[in-house]
Design a protein around this ligand. Sequence first.
Ligand SMILES: [Zn+2]
Length: 68
Amino acid sequence: MAKKQYKQLGCLDVDPKGSCAFQVRAETEEEVMRLAGEHAKVAHKASSLPPEMAAKVKAAIKTVTVDA
Ligand SMILES: [Zn+2]
């Protein structure tokens, strides 16, 4: 069976004490960051990501292997 690798990120990975269960999965880290940024804008009213927050978000991205 073919396996596919994805980058995955969830709000709980960045803020375990938060109550947002949003999770995003994409093929590249850039796409994850883009989708997470859009989510942050809409759901968390974060118009821009401070550099230290972006670093935290990037560090929280996991690689997952999924059966294709
Ligand atoms: Zn969220």
